[in-house]
Structure formats: C-alpha cells, structure tokens
Design a protein around this ligand. Structure first.
Ligand SMILES: Cc1cc2nc3c(=O)[nH]c(=O)nc-3n(C[C@H](O)[C@H](O)[C@H](O)COP(=O)(O)O)c2cc1C
Length: 378
C-alpha cells in the first residue's frame, strides 16, 4: 500500500484500480472542462495571512451544518454511480462519514439504495433528490427517504438536462459496463475491482429499479432515465417538495446571486453554491469566485454552503473565510473510495482534516467558528 499524503495520491491510486470508464466518469467536466478546471485553479489564487506568536493550543474544528453537529464542516457530496468506483461504494462511504462525524449525502442516481445505506448506518444521512417527470416515483422517493430517517433533503437544481461530457460518450459509459473487448481488457488488469463487483448484487441504480413504473431491468432503466429528468422544474415545484418532505431542505446548484435571493424566499434551510463540479454549464464561473457575493447578498438570511474544486483542507478554510458555513467534497472522496474502499474515504477525510487544522493554526486561529475574510490577503 502506497503512502497517501494528498488527495492527488489517492487519485493516482484510483486511476490504477478503477476501470477507465468509471474513473473518467468522476474525473470529467462538461464540454471543454474549463469550469471544472477553474473550480480548482481559483482556490490557488487566494492567499492566507501568516500570523505568529499566537497561542495555538486546544484547537477545534467542530461546528454545525443546518444545526447538525459535525466534526469538521466538510460533508460528502451526492455522487451518482458511486458503487461503480468500488463495490458497495455508497454503503462504505456512508459508514466512513458516520465514523468521522461528517454528513453523507446519498444521490438519487446511487447504485446502493436508500434502504441499503440505512441498513449499514446508525445515524441519519442526507438524501439528494432529482425531480423526475414521473411524480409518483418522486413522491415515493421522498417518502422512502423519510422512512429511512434521513435528516436533510438536498434538492439539486442544476441538472434539469444533462450536459455533454465527451469522455463518457467516448468510453460508452454504462452501469454495468458493456462487455466490449477493450472493456474486458481494461477490467482484466484490475482484478480487485472485478472481484469486488462479482461479490456484490448491487450493480444497478437501486433507488430506481423495482420502484419506478416499468423499470424492472437495465434496458428499461436506460430508456426511463433518458426521458425522466424533468426540464420543466421551476421555483414553484420547490414548494410542494418542501411540503411533502417536511424536514430540513438544502437547495443545491446556486451560482448566481439573483437565484440565491429566490432560494431564500422558498424557506429552505441552506443553499449550496455549486456548478455541479464543473459537469453542467461549461463556461460558468468557479464556485469559489462567486461565493463572497452570494454570501453578501443572502448570508444573513440563509446558511450558505459551497462545493466544487476542494482538494485540500486549505481549500476548505478559504471557503469558510469567504463566508461558507459548510463545504462538500465530491471527487476527493470518490478517489479515496476507488483507491482503497472505506479506508480510502476515511483517508481522504483525514488528509483534509489535518490540512485544515494545521492551516488554521498557522493563520493564528484555534476555533473554526472564528474564521473570516481578515485571514486572507485582499
Ligand atoms: C462522479 C460525479 C457524480 C455526481 N453525481 C451527482 C448527483 O447524482 N447528484 C448531484 O446533485 N450532484 C452530483 N455531482 C456533483 C457533486 O455533488 C458536487 O457538486 C461536485 O462533485 C463538487 O465538486 P468536486 O468534485 O470538485 O468536489 C456529481 C459529481 C461527480 C464528480
């Protein structure tokens, strides 16, 4: 086992262990991938003020996100097909997050179902909802999340239609993968992954198959998902979703301050400043570059979270300094999962925690709840 000191180390190992089709699915953005790249690059432009001779003893990273206690303000973002990075991926990642004391968000497009994840966790997790045309399916999904005791619903707003990702088309992405000669070869050199997949029954979208009308197998599933994302979703829909759900609601995919304003009027508990990890509107700004203006506009009325491009604890701290109350990681935990299953997800969280804690100290602070813009060069 190689020494993983950075998220990049986990990424390198995941690239060796996960079949190309699924590794590329994680490591890709829309069209030219310019927004995907900007998410990471724009963090690098922000600089910390180095402070000295401040008592750095007894530091704490503990805080809250939507009123829930977290050991650090870093949740696992909802990611589709996570069980293809590693067998039973969502269940393993949820367990790692639970043990670490941070929220795990299960995607509608997960491989493991709400019930699968609930069966291996003790604390409530969060559920991410995509709104489909089949409203009976959506009602049922909300009810299943309630029955599983999920403590927040994350409603994703920026995927009414699916943007084009060239790598997925070129690789012929599918779950489970098509057995073409090149895919067979690609998997044959990754026996750990293959053994894991042969050892589980969870290889399809289990929130959907057997629950949506007419979806009983993979070919009907493909036809269903192709036509099901609801392009007519509007602000009015947030109202009935909030009512049906009745619990904490987080709106994900806000990138514009006018939309942030609209979001506060829905009565949601938090927004996530996000461009879907650069996977949807290529050419949109990075999340970190618009965070500050959104916090200025609505931060006194709604909790503002962010995701996109976080690759270290330093990035987390920069987002918090600019006013985020919480952050999410997508690819960092997927790389951990692909590299080493549950242990790899824990490792990703440990790496981020250590970087966050040390950077906090070197900036002369002890409590994550006291950070602010005054810690950055402006
Ligand atoms: C492979 C992958 C699948 C994703 N699937 C979903 C999804 O099903 N639902 C959703 O709301 N966001 C999804 N996202 C977006 C993430 O929730 C999050 O916004 C993004 O990954 C954050 O950027 P980061 O990967 O740079 O941390 C996905 C992201 C990735 C990388």
């Amino acid at each position: 086992m190689s020494l993983h000191l950075t998220i990049d180390d986990l990424k390198s190992q995941a690239r060796r262990r996960v079949p190309t089709m699924f590794f590329d699915y994680a490591d890709s953005g829309g069209w030219t991938e310019s927004t995907y790249r900007a998410n990471e690059e724009d963090f690098k432009k922000i600089k910390f003020r180095q402070r000295v001779l401040v008592d750095m003893d007894n530091r704490t990273l503990e805080t809250t996100m939507i009123g829930e206690k977290v050991s650090m303000p870093v949740a696992l973002a909802p990611t589709g097909s996570t069980g293809m990075q590693h067998a039973d991926g969502e269940m393993l990642a949820a367990q790692a997050a639970e043990e670490f004391g941070v929220p795990f968000t299960l995607s509608t497009m997960a491989i493991c179902s709400i019930e699968d994840v609930a069966s291996v966790t003790k604390k409530p997790f969060w559920f991410q909802l995509y709104v489909m045309r089949d409203k009976d399916f959506v009602y049922n999904l909300i009810d299943r999340a309630k029955a599983a005791n999920c403590s927040a619903l994350v409603l994703t707003l920026d995927l009414q239609i699916l943007a084009q990702r060239h790598k997925d088309l070129r690789n012929g992405l599918s779950a489970p993968p098509k057995m073409t000669p090149s895919n067979i070869l690609d998997m044959a050199i990754r026996p750990r992954w293959v053994m894991g997949m042969l050892g589980t029954k969870r290889r399809t979208f289990r929130n959907i198959v057997g629950h949506a009308k007419g979806v009983t197998d993979l070919s009907s599933l493909k036809a269903w998902t192709d036509e099901q994302f609801d392009p007519s979703l509007s602000w009015k829909d947030v109202e009935w979703i909030r009512e049906r759900w009745g619990g904490k609601l987080i709106l994900k995919g806000i990138l514009d301050k006018e939309d942030a304003e609209m979001a506060t009027r829905t009565g949601a508990d938090a927004i996530i400043v996000s461009n879907h990890g650069g996977r949807q509107l290529d050419g949109a700004p990075s999340s970190i570059s618009v965070l500050e203006e959104i916090v200025e506009k609505v931060g006194d009325r709604i909790e503002v979270h962010m995701d996109g491009g976080i690759r270290s604890g330093q990035d987390v701290l920069k987002a918090l300094c600019l006013g985020a109350k919480g952050t999410y990681i997508g690819r960092p935990f997927l790389y951990g999962l692909g590299a080493d299953g549950k242990r790899g997800v824990t490792r990703a969280l440990e790496i981020i925690r250590k970087e966050l804690d040390m950077t906090l100290a070197l900036c002369g602070r002890r409590d994550i709840n006291t950070v602010g813009k005054d810690m950055l060069y402006r």
